[in-house]
Design a protein around this ligand. Structure first.
Ligand code: R5P
Length: 311
């Protein structure tokens, strides 16, 4: 087994390799003067089971292209099996046609990975589970929920918890977390979004009075959804609001929005390498999913069950 990394999230790739007690594959991913990407693998990978760690986060197109070129280099170097380890799958939100004459870019990206030569894909909290069906190769979708639930139990387990979905689309995810928290009660924020990038909270379904609310979502991007939801929950009498979000996209002014919000704390994972602003924020805490990914990789390599990680 070999672990290779692009430039998207080297600390995570190193942590995964450390979990597996392996060195990272010796390779360089460089740019030519015109920003073309050039990959060179400096060790033999012939016949190897290779896992390429590369979330397709900001800059999404560069990181995606790096991943595709790494896969192509491995295929031409006769790797036996190539798994694209994409903890954050960029473009996942474009998983259907929102209107006439629009693309389904998540499907296009899935096709690109397959066409480049990936034999498998390993991701975490895909925006929608059915994105697995966009691939005709095996796809494992891991859940950060066990990592989050352990942290919530340790930090907030003595409080009167309420799990909250920030929109109707996230109810399944929120219910799964609530189940792990001794069947904590569930509330839903009924959110309406008029234009992309803008969000508006309408009302809260459920009684959050006096509760320590745990907002759960897959992505925080502009932070609008979450910060508005946190304010609405506090307005309804919540004791506190903490957010657990798998992918800290945190674009633009998102970090300062979080810093100035009603959120007690935002907890994200390291599926995306945190920006300096996010690392410097005393309102943002980062949980690692390296052991989760490492264990899944070990099981894929051993051909043993991955789903039993979540029993
Ligand atoms: C939407 O369906 C996602 O689950 C997130 O709620 C959304 O992407 C968050 O975006 P933002 O932080 O820009 O409101």
């Amino acid at each position: 087994m070999k672990i290779m990394s692009g430039n998207s999230n080297l600390p995570l790739a190193r942590a995964v390799a450390a979990y597996l007690e392996l060195p990272l594959t010796d390779a360089s991913v460089r740019r030519f003067a015109d920003e073309e990407i050039f990959v060179e693998i400096h060790e033999n990978v012939r016949g190897e089971d290779v896992f390429v760690v590369q979330p397709t986060s900001y800059p999404a197109n560069d990181n995606l292209m790096e991943l595709l070129i790494c896969i192509d280099a491995l295929r031409r170097a006769s790797a036996r099996r190539i798994t694209a380890v994409v903890p954050y799958f960029g473009y996942a939100r474009q998983d259907r046609k929102p209107g006439p004459r629009t693309p389904i870019s998540a499907k296009l990206v899935a096709n690109l990975m397959t066409e480049a030569g990936a034999d498998r894909v390993l991701s975490v909290d895909l925006h929608a589970g059915q994105i697995q069906g966009f691939f005709d190769i095996p796809t494992d979708n891991l859940f950060a929920a066990p990592v989050m639930a352990a942290d919530i139990q340790a930090r907030y387990g003595d409080q009167s918890l309420m799990v909250v979905s920030p929109d109707v689309g996230g109810v399944v995810r929120a219910r799964a977390l609530a189940k792990r928290l001794d069947n904590a009660p569930l509330a839903i924020v009924d959110k309406r979004r008029d234009r992309p990038g803008q969000s508006e909270v309408m009302n809260i379904i459920g009684d959050v009075q006096g509760r320590a609310c745990i907002l759960i979502d897959d992505i925080i991007d502009s932070g609008g959804t979450l910060c508005n939801a946190a304010q609405a929950l506090m307005d309804q009498g919540a004791a506190s609001v903490t957010a657990y979000i798998t992918h800290g996209v945190l674009s633009g002014a998102a970090v300062s929005r979080v810093n100035n919000s009603a959120l007690k704390e935002l907890v994200i994972t390291d599926s995306i390498q945190a920006t300096e602003a996010a690392q410097a924020s005393d309102r943002i805490r980062i949980l690692t999913i390296a052991p989760l990914l490492g264990e899944a990789i070990r099981r894929i390599a051993d051909e043993s069950s991955v789903s039993s990680l979540f029993d």
